[in-house]
Design a protein around this ligand. Structure first.
Ligand code: PAF
Length: 288
């Protein structure tokens, strides 16, 4: 596995490989890798000649009261895990290398006023800035993003459409425990009893999907159904349960076309998020 810290050297390597006709799959991360990242890398491995992973804790996407300084970092362990997942090239730039000028500011105008975006002002501006730069540096054919963070996927798809990046965005389903709980580094903060309750989040989303399949088309009734299940069967406090068209993330009156049901629930020491994306008009349903 090759490691690069400078933009010019990774570009030089990848330009040569692409001239030889090699396809490039790209997995952008902020490091401290977990199974979710490794699943993205393994899928990229299967679908591309060269797999590039970036590890860069992007200061621009952290708010002033967020945990940029204390964000967990473990580059040695990350390198081992990346290698084992089939990564060929690791890109580990310093902040000075990534942000040498300041003449451009990117601002996302849609898809960010709802869900987690509404609570993290400027977060997605920082995400699209770094992802644009990384796309320009790596020039990937395919870039892999996990649907656990479905709003990020929607924002990146908007970015690629609006700015015509020649990159195929691959939506990768959420990795789950056997009981359906979405894998997250925060799950360790659940108490034993909360851990037993937590799969209700995914179960209620799946049961809501069944109700929709059976003909329920009213978003309000689906939201109430999920609210009641989570309140009755867990000790968690519901932060939000919302339904929007996907990936546009605009409100809908009827459960038609492609839409997302997304939720966030606060337990004592962990706030969990989960979602399901449903294509109601067609047979194909994305379980995420
Ligand atoms: O999902 C993440 O880890 C980050 O938001 C990303 C896409 C690597 C950009 O910094």
């Amino acid at each position: 596995m090759k490691k690069y810290t400078s933009i010019s050297s990774i570009q030089e390597f990848l330009v040569k490989e692409k001239r030889r006709g090699k396809t490039v799959g790209f997995v952008p991360t902020m490091g401290f890798l977990h199974e979710g990242h490794l699943t993205l890398a393994q899928q990229a491995r299967r679908e591309n000649d060269i797999v590039v992973m970036s590890i860069f804790v992007n200061p621009l996407q952290f708010g002033p009261n967020e945990d940029f300084e204390s964000y967990p970092r473990n580059p040695e362990r990350d390198a081992e895990l990346a290698r084992s997942a089939g990564v060929d090239v690791l890109f580990l730039p310093e902040a000075d290398e990534m942000y040498s000028g300041s003449s451009i500011k990117m601002h996302v105008t849609e898809r960010t006023q709802v869900l987690c975006g509404s609570k993290r002002e400027g977060h997605f501006d920082g995400v699209v800035t770094v992802v644009s730069k990384l796309f320009n540096i790596v020039g990937p054919d395919n870039a892999y993003f996990g649907l656990k963070d479905a709003q990020q996927v929607a924002v990146i798809e908007g970015l690629v459409n609006d700015l015509n990046f020649p990159v195929n965005i691959v939506r990768v389903p959420t990795v789950r425990e056997d009981d359906g709980l979405a894998k997250s580094s925060r799950n360790v903060y659940l108490s034993d009893s909360e851990r037993i309750e937590a799969p209700v989040l995914n179960k209620s989303l799946k049961d809501a999907e069944r109700l929709i399949r059976e003909g329920e088309a009213d978003p309000g009734r689906i939201i109430s159904y999920i609210q009641n299940r989570i309140s009755a069967e867990t000790s968690g406090i519901i932060d939000y349960i919302e339904i929007y068209s996907y990936p546009e993330l605009t409100p809908i009156d009827q459960l038609q076309g492609e839409f997302i049901i997304a939720l966030a629930v606060k337990f004592n020491k962990a706030r969990l998020i989960d979602n399901i994306i449903i294509k109601a008009a067609q047979e194909e349903i994305h379980h995420v």
